[in-house]
Ligand binder design. Structure first.
Ligand SMILES: *Cc1c(COP(=O)(O)O)cnc(C)c1O
Length: 422
């Protein structure tokens, strides 16, 4: 690799996915396309999205309530359009996933089913400094069961002086809590450090202790290859507005492993959309859940949150995760190379990548710790047309997203950082 414009442009020319960039709107700064590295926070808008939303607006205007059955994509089953593409993204059967609600809402619904503390088994293991919504969710669930968060939630920390969590420390925490462990709840990809965890190993270890395992995949879905079914994960939830480009606050996805289909011990909060579909409109008493993840649905499909997601899923299906991940690795390696090259050449460069170096333990995000002048560096690159993400106290998160970022984006980012340093 070389930190040169020529190398970057050559790499873009050889990239079989380079044309996909044209299918997204890039925000402008000072009249120029921004260098957008925050697809891990809010993915860009596909140009096709408008047409998908327009279709539903038109059908609503044309049919009114009859659109539930007469619309081109009947609204009564609109959520089902997303099941197969979601299943492909997370490595599941179609029946194991459903699109519904927002992410934090779904986490609570899954906790109702999979966190049932008994007198002996109460404890939850999670990552230290989980995303705040996940922390609040866990705390409030624990309190809801009359337990104290401090005694019940065990956080696994990076060791002193380290920024990522060692796998061996997670596994030994699980073993140590043993029979008191009710649930391991973990972010499959940490939002702050970009660290990817071995979900298969964590799941196996937790099951050996008789605990359930759930993952928050907000930063995993559309970023790394997932095999939730084969990994034997109990449940998982994700959002669709980060790597999945479905627009602000768009629909969330849920996975519940098939093995729970006939588990009548699982309590759940119920709504009419989770009720036996054949009998849904008979409006009778006594809830009978649909088989699979669909049985956790409460409300009818929010079509205007789902239409942009459908637009995005059509793109993902066209490309496929394996091609995407292979480009993602090349892009991220290039970004790492450019940062290292700059660090080597500038004595005053205090940038340290805290995301793991090993491919297996990272996706496309690199988190850069800025010792000393972090905020001023961030403000400078922002003024120069970079959209990145600042996390207190001193980390810049950058995600070169394989669907629309280019090698040249990365080269140009390097040039701006060099300008800042000199
Ligand atoms: C983005 C993100 C959320 C956001 O939750 P919403 O309910 O969609 O607002 C939650 N958890 C994690 C780990 C996230 O990265």
């Amino acid at each position: 690799m070389q930190n040169t414009l020529e190398f970057a442009q050559d790499s873009d020319q050889q990239d079989e996915l380079s044309a996909y960039r044209q299918r997204f709107y890039l925000p402008k700064i000072n009249g120029k396309d921004a260098l957008y590295f925050t697809g891990n926070s809010l993915g860009l808008q596909p140009k096709s999205t408008r047409e998908y939303v327009q279709q539903e607006l038109d059908d609503w205007a044309k049919y009114g309530v009859e659109g539930h059955f007469e619309a081109k994509n009947p609204w009564v089953s609109y959520h089902k359009i997303l099941s197969e593409p979601f299943a492909r993204l997370v490595g599941a059967n179609r029946e194991e996933v459903v699109a519904m609600n927002g992410l934090s809402v779904n986490l609570h619904l899954m906790m109702v089913s999979f966190y049932q503390p008994t007198s002996k088994r109460t404890k939850i293991i999670c990552e230290a400094k989980a995303f705040p919504s996940d922390q609040y969710m866990l705390e409030s669930q624990v309190k809801f069961h009359g337990l104290k968060p401090d005694d019940t939630i065990i956080e696994v920390y990076p060791r002193d002086g380290e920024h990522t969590i060692r796998e061996e420390d997670i596994l030994s925490a699980i073993e140590e809590i043993g029979e008191e462990l009710a649930l391991v709840f973990w972010g499959g990809v940490n939002y702050y450090s970009g660290q990817v965890f071995d979900m298969a190993k964590i799941t196996e270890k937790a099951h050996a202790q008789g605990a359930y395992v759930g993952f928050d995949l907000a930063h995993g879905v559309g970023n790394i290859e997932l095999k939730l079914h084969d990994w034997n994960v109990d449940f998982a939830c994700w959002c669709s507005y980060k790597y999945l480009n479905a627009g602000p606050g768009s629909i969330s996805g849920v996975f519940v492993h098939q093995k729970h289909d006939n588990n009548s011990n699982l309590p759940r909060f119920a709504g009419w959309w989770g009720h036996d579909e054949e009998r849904r409109f008979l409006m009778e008493k006594n809830f009978v859940p649909m088989q699979g993840a669909q049985g956790w649905q409460l409300s009818n499909a929010p079509v205007f949150a789902m239409a942009p997601c459908k637009a995005s899923m059509d793109i993902f299906d066209e490309v496929g995760m394996s091609r995407l991940v292979s480009k993602s690795k090349r892009l991220t390696n290039y970004m790492e190379f450019v940062f290292n090259d700059i660090s080597y050449r500038y004595d005053n460069c205090n940038l340290e990548i805290i995301t793991p170096k090993e491919q297996k333990y990272r996706g496309c995000q690199l988190s850069v710790l800025c010792h000393g002048q972090g905020r001023s560096m961030f403000d400078f690159i922002t003024k120069e047309g970079v959209i990145a993400d600042w996390r207190e106290p001193n980390v810049i998160r950058l995600a070169p997203v394989p669907l629309y970022n280019s090698f040249e984006d990365i080269y140009q980012l390097g040039q701006i950082i060099e300008k800042a340093l000199s």
